[in-house]
Design a binder for this molecule. Structure first.
Ligand code: ZN
Length: 430
């Protein structure tokens, strides 16, 4: 077998990897480049989409599925496999992307064509493509997320997709992979372990208590899938010890995803399933209101605290969180809590450094409390990556900034493992 990265090489977005062997050509993920690399979405794939036999998708994040419609635009007509949960979440994510992407590299009709070729593939269900046999194993990163185990020509290959944060509660822990001849692994947090999750939740609750007690607003910029539900779950589990205040989920997309969660139970943790069996939805804490219209959202700016506002986008690249921050960032009563990655040089990073910022045309002093809770990350930390890779003789690293992949690579090499960084368009023998 041979594997060739066509994205996510020394960067965290644009995942796409071509696996060839036993007469088959299978594309693993077909993600969008995001942030400053967005123009790469318009560049050639590096392979002919019409030559593929199948596409296998690890999870629904845009940086793993965002270029799928473009495959169809360029003539691919074969099947696209993923778990049922991934297929449901992917629709919400792609339709949102179609509305907001500036670079029009796909249209509605390409999406329709993609939808007509989606096929469910559950965990451990064998998929035969010519002489290759592929399976998805649980990766614990999103509902329905998987890593790929492929066998052919007497060899075994594993692709990690994105690995989840084992300490968190809403999703099951990632499974350990079987020993393989080559593992293609992510290294997003290859440079450091996460802080203890229990300590993260405790700090979160203290910030909420302090801010709500003084009548302040707590702003939580949040991703619509996974992070929003994770935060709602902890607000629910601790509702008896928190100051009573309304909680606004101010994101039509997050509302849509939250409404899907009860249909995704087999992909959620046993703790979450136990709540649903008792007839309790743990993603609906007391005081939760779902905000749909933009007018209703703007009304919250004039309303008095205390309140909790969860709004997108998680990386402050747009969305309703901006008008909330414009109105509340200069008020020392309030607090901003970052629960997800903030890109270098972005608005979030300047707020964290308490530098004056310009939001929607207005220059603001940051006087609200600002907190970063990295423990809510959806990715495995360095220690978890090392553990997941412990039995693997050969590792190829992708999906991480170069210095993070190099740090992880050093530690793997010290243990005697053979390690290299995946390069765009460079074929590696399995
Ligand atoms: Zn992901």
């Amino acid at each position: 077998m041979r594997i060739t990265p066509y994205g996510a090489s020394r960067t965290v977005t644009g995942s796409a990897h071509l696996l060839e062997g036993a007469g088959a050509r299978v594309l693993l993920d077909c993600g969008m480049y995001q942030g400053e690399k967005e123009e790469k979405n318009l560049e050639p794939f590096g392979f002919d989409p019409r030559s593929l036999d199948a596409v296998l998708v690890t999870h629904a994040h845009l940086d793993h599925v965002g270029r799928l419609p473009r495959l169809f635009r360029e003539g691919y007509r074969g099947p696209v496999y993923a778990t049922r949960a991934t297929l449901l979440l992917m629709e919400v994510i792609l339709e949102d992307a179609l509305k907001v992407t500036e670079e029009a590299f796909f249209e509605e009709k390409d999406l329709k064509e993609l939808y007509a070729h989606l096929r469910p593939l559950e965990y451990k269900e064998p998929l035969r493509v010519r002489g290759l046999e592929l399976q998805l194993w649980n990766a614990g990163h999103l509902p329905g997320s998987g890593f790929v185990v492929a066998e052919g020509e007497g060899r075994r290959f594993v692709f990690s997709g994105d690995l989840g944060n084992r300490q968190k509660v809403v999703l099951p822990d990632p499974e350990l992979p079987p020993q393989a001849d080559l593992v293609l692994s992510e290294g997003t947090y290859g440079d450091r372990p996460h802080r203890s999750f229990q300590a993260t939740v405790e700090e979160f609750l203290e910030i909420l208590d302090r801010t709500l007690s003084r009548g302040g607003k707590v702003y939580i910029p949040t991703f619509a899938v996974e992070r929003a539900q994770e935060i709602l779950f902890h607000l629910f589990e601790n509702q008896d010890r928190l100051v009573r205040a309304p909680i606004y989920l101010d994101s039509p997309m997050a509302n849509r995803v939250s409404a899907l969660y009860p249909r995704l139970l087999p992909y959620l943790s046993l703790e979450v399933q136990a709540y649903f069996r008792k007839g309790v939805n743990p993603f609906e804490p007391r005081g939760l209101r779902h905000v749909e219209s933009a007018e209703e959202s703007k009304r919250l700016n004039r309303a008095e605290g205390p309140m909790v506002v969860l709004a997108g986008s998680g990386m402050l690249s747009g969305g309703r969180i901006l008008h909330h921050l414009k109105h509340g960032l200069s008020d020392p009563k309030n607090a901003v809590v970052f629960v997800g990655y903030q890109p270098r040089g972005g608005l979030g990073e300047r707020i964290i450094r308490k530098e004056p910022v310009r939001i929607l045309g207005e220059v603001l002093e940051v006087r609200a409390e600002v907190h970063t809770l990295g423990g809510f990350s959806g990715h495995a930390g360095q220690d978890e990556l090392l553990d997941w890779l412990k039995d693997q003789p050969r590792v190829l690293l992708v999906h991480g900034e170069e210095e993070k992949l190099l740090k992880l690579g050093q530690l793997l090499a010290l243990r005697g493992q053979e390690v290299a960084l995946g390069e765009w368009g460079t074929k590696e023998e399995v």
